[in-house]
Design a protein around this ligand. Structure first.
Ligand SMILES: Cc1cc2nc3c(=O)[nH]c(=O)nc-3n(C[C@H](O)[C@H](O)[C@H](O)COP(=O)(O)OP(=O)(O)OC[C@H]3O[C@@H](n4cnc5c(N)ncnc54)[C@H](O)[C@@H]3O)c2cc1C
Length: 404
């Protein structure tokens, strides 16, 4: 057992949470609440910014809408958790240290890896140089400035690359906020491809109503300063390109020698621990988590439970108990279509669509309620940790059958 030099007292167990997004914050608050007053545990949270990035609202930021100031250190007040603002530049999984801004080092006994993901700007030439992304608040603010200038000069064309849900929400928001701009949504799949046909048809008609030109079944080959080039050689004029197609994660985990998948996500066991380094838990978009129905995809709805589960497991392990398997079943896909319309597709635990869906103002209200819920959830969790530890576990969809 470690001892504090000179005192003979046992050194505290150091838990380091990297990334205070939806998953990392859930882990940090849950841990802070469950270890409050304990001298044998030390919780430290590292994040690039003090202000919480509401990633679910970045398409709103990109159209100039102002968001609430949500301070991570303020939320942690009243707990014993420490906040460190900084950019993680390296993880040394053997020495169990993390480098911050290249010149500071932090040690850990247990690591919670929650650095999230960003748009994949590497797969298509020109994206890195010429396209905007919604990776963080600053990226979204840069796009907001550009769109405001373009609209102020009488109009222009915005191409949104990627017809997944982030692309759909962004195209709708830009078209609603800047009716003088032409918005073109380009992608392989039909918008709302995974939805029930009726919900998908609603989504398509809402995009049409907003004036979004949808071109699906196309492949972008290159992004140029003033256009995008499709696989068949056709050029689509673009004053601005927003890239939302595909995601990748930070190379830090792979560089540290942790087992990662092809997108750089940390491969976890059933309890969310790294398969190569069990003292590392991976959560949110940075984790490759499997359920009996298949690989989970990155969402806030699943990311928050992974964070809470990791925290509960760490507290169990500190008591000498084994962590439990993580079980999660999806229940909805809420998609905003501007500020007054939305589609909420209810799903089975494996994320396949049910027949039930909401549209219009009721759906917009539902979407807003869900989007606004994490911050108050964490406020409650600080006082009552068990209040954040409830989510649909997926029933038979996630039950592991044991061989008889
Ligand atoms: C416009 C948009 C709309 C979306 N809408 C929905 C939706 O409606 N529903 C849904 O479920 N999902 C939605 N998503 C996806 C959702 O935002 C992600 O799945 C979710 O944010 C994942 O949470 P996370 O904690 O893993 O990562 P993040 O929320 O991305 O948090 C990662 C944190 O780590 C920090 N970080 C990263 N690298 C470093 C580093 N090297 N050093 C220090 N800090 C670092 C980041 O600053 C950030 O604070 C949307 C995404 C976008 C872009």
């Amino acid at each position: 057992m470690n001892t504090r030099r000179g005192t003979g007292a046992a050194a505290p167990h150091r838990v380091l949470v990297l990334g205070a997004g939806y998953a990392g914050m859930s882990a940090a608050i849950q841990l802070a609440a469950r270890t409050k007053g304990r001298e044998d545990v030390e919780v430290t949270v590292v994040n690039a910014r003090e202000r919480f990035t509401e990633r679910l609202r970045l398409h709103m930021v990109a159209t100039g809408q102002r968001l609430a100031e949500l301070s991570i250190p303020e939320l942690l007040e009243g707990t014993d958790a420490r906040f460190v603002r900084g950019w993680v530049t390296a993880v040394d999984a053997e020495a169990r240290t993390v480098r911050i801004d290249d010149d500071r080092g932090l040690r850990y006994d247990t690591l919670v890896y929650g650095l999230g993901g960003v748009a994949d700007t590497t797969a298509v030439p020109g994206v890195e140089e010429h396209a905007y992304t919604l990776d963080g608040a600053q990226d979204a603010e840069l796009l907001a400035d550009r769109l405001a200038r373009l609209a102020g000069h009488g109009g222009g064309t915005v191409v949104v690359g990627g017809s997944g849900l982030t692309g759909v929400e962004s195209a709708a928001e830009i078209a609603e906020r800047h009716p003088e701009l032409t918005v073109v949504l380009l992608g392989r799949e039909e918008p709302g491809a995974a939805m029930h046909p009726k919900a998908r048809a609603y989504l398509r008609s809402a995009l049409e109503r907003l004036g979004v030109r949808v071109r699906c079944g196309v492949e972008v080959r290159k992004v140029l300063p003033d256009s995008v080039e499709l696989a068949d050689g056709e050029g689509v004029a673009a004053d601005v390109v927003l890239w939302t197609a595909g995601t990748r994660t930070s190379p830090l985990a792979g560089a540290a020698g942790l087992t990662v998948d092809e997108r750089g996500r940390v491969v976890t066991d059933a309890t969310l621990r790294s398969v190569s380094h069990p003292e590392v838990y991976a959560v949110g978009d940075a984790a490759a988590v499997r359920q009996p129905y298949g690989a989970m995809h990155g969402t806030c709805q699943s990311g928050m439970p992974t964070g809470v589960h990791a925290a509960v497991s760490i507290v169990r392990a500190l008591r000498g108990r084994r962590p439990r398997p993580f079980r999660f079943g999806y229940y909805h896909t809420p998609v905003s279509l501007g500020r007054h319309d939305a589609v909420v597709q209810f799903t089975r635990p494996d994320d396949s669509p049910r027949r039930v869906y909401l549209t219009g103002r009721r759906a917009a209200w539902y979407k807003e309620t869900v989007t606004a819920s994490p911050w108050p959830t964490w406020g409650r969790m600080k006082k009552m940790p068990a209040s954040g530890a409830l989510w649909p576990t997926g029933g038979r969809f996630t039950r592991i059958r044991r061989a008889r």
